[in-house]
Design a protein around this ligand. Structure first.
Ligand SMILES: NC(=O)c1ccc[n+]([C@@H]2O[C@H](COP(=O)([O-])OP(=O)(O)OC[C@H]3O[C@@H](n4cnc5c(N)ncnc54)[C@H](OP(=O)(O)O)[C@@H]3O)[C@@H](O)[C@H]2O)c1
Length: 323
């Protein structure tokens, strides 16, 4: 079947490691069910995989993609939850399973005509969402939902700073935060992307690194090294930084340890979310009417165009791939 996959790993030129071609797969684990992919979405995770981060060479070839919406053999419209728990894990929160993986890490991903998953990883797609909209939810939007509503401790009326304006997680944070009654401030390297963030619902946009008019209750970090010091400086005493990613690198010039204990701040890691959170997120989109901004929709055969845009950092919202 046609698939976009990592044929090799290339830390410096991830696009060169991508192949879009027919690929025969080994049999899926017993009990897993096929989903015909109607739409999939790209994440920065797919670029990390091509660079070899979290994907060792012995697992190649590996179909990329964490996100999909599609139909099961009996015609059920579903959204695929990308967090695969280890069979030995019995806790209620799969993000706490130390042996969990995401689709495309140990098991073949979603950028293909079909993907196989455990039945517990399927949730019903609300009829109000298109397959393309639903495909945007399982990684970036779910991560944003958990950062805001599970990890941050934010309450309606408080102020949140979102670092970066255009990424999939950043755009989700802006729209979900706005609809939850938060005052949302964003930073961007590009004034035009800042303006687009305001159109999505942010109250104000600031150039990356600029001093803010007042300190904020929480910061949502996906950028990492480039914005870490600004995030710590932006927080009020007792505030929280929630971090889920390090697009610009994982080693900031300063860890800001003194400010973290003296002010005293809370640093909270956050990763993906549970299937139950994915259900609630889909329900929130139905009740609020908000929809993921889609930068572009590409046929699977042209997936490399989407990867190139993601690597260049020129994407605003999600890139959807249709097999
Ligand atoms: N832990 C998890 O479960 C999880 C889930 C999803 C994503 N992530 C991670 O979160 C990060 C974001 O992912 P994404 O898919 O939303 O897309 P992305 O393409 O990584 O988004 C890039 C974002 O970072 C900003 N940015 C990039 N480089 C920057 C720099 N040098 N200085 C300042 N801002 C910079 C961009 O904002 P502007 O262009 O507006 O400045 C944009 O908002 C990735 O690292 C990803 O791996 C983690």
């Amino acid at each position: 079947m046609l698939a976009a996959y990592a044929a090799r790993l290339d830390p410096d030129d991830p696009l060169a490691a991508l192949r879009v071609d027919d690929l025969e797969l080994p049999a899926p684990p017993s009990g897993w069910v096929p989903v015909e992919v109607r739409a999939a979405a790209l994440n920065h995770h797919d670029v990390w995989s091509l660079r070899g981060v979290g994907l060792p060479a012995e697992r190649l070839p590996m179909i990329l993609g964490c996100d999909a919406a599609g139909t099961t053999e009996d015609g059920r419209a579903v959204i695929v939850h990308a967090v695969i728990r280890d069979p030995s894990f019995t806790g209620p929160d799969e993000t706490l399973d130390p042996r969990r993986s995401l689709l495309s890490e140990r098991h073949q991903g979603t950028l293909a005509e079909r993907v196989w998953v455990p039945p517990a990883n399927l949730i019903d797609k609300p009829a109000e969402l298109t397959f393309a909209e639903a495909a945007c939810l399982p990684t970036a939007w779910l991560t944003a939902y958990r950062m805001l509503f599970t990890s941050s401790g934010l309450r309606p009326g408080e102020t949140v700073l979102v670092q970066g304006a255009g990424g999939g997680v950043a755009t989700a944070l802006i729209m979900l935060g706005r609809h939850a009654g938060l005052r949302v401030w964003v930073t961007s390297r590009d004034p035009e992307r800042g303006e687009r963030a305001v159109e999505l619902g942010a109250d104000r946009a600031f150039p990356s690194g600029e001093r803010l008019p007042e300190r904020v209750d929480a910061v949502m970090e996906t950028v990492g090294a480039a914005t870490w010091s600004h995030s710590i400086n932006a927080l009020r005493p007792g505030g929280t930084v929630v971090i889920c990613g390090t697009t610009s690198g994982a080693e900031p010039e300063s860890a800001e340890l003194t400010k973290i204990f003296f002010r005293p701040l809370r640093v909270q890691g956050s990763t993906m979310g549970t299937a139950e959170e994915l259900r609630r997120l889909a329900a929130m989109l139905v009740t609020t009417g908000i929809r993921p901004p889609i930068d572009r929709v590409l046929p699977l055969g042209e997936a490399s165009e989407g990867f190139a845009a993601m690597i260049d950092g020129t994407v605003f919202g999600k890139i959807v791939i249709e097999p």
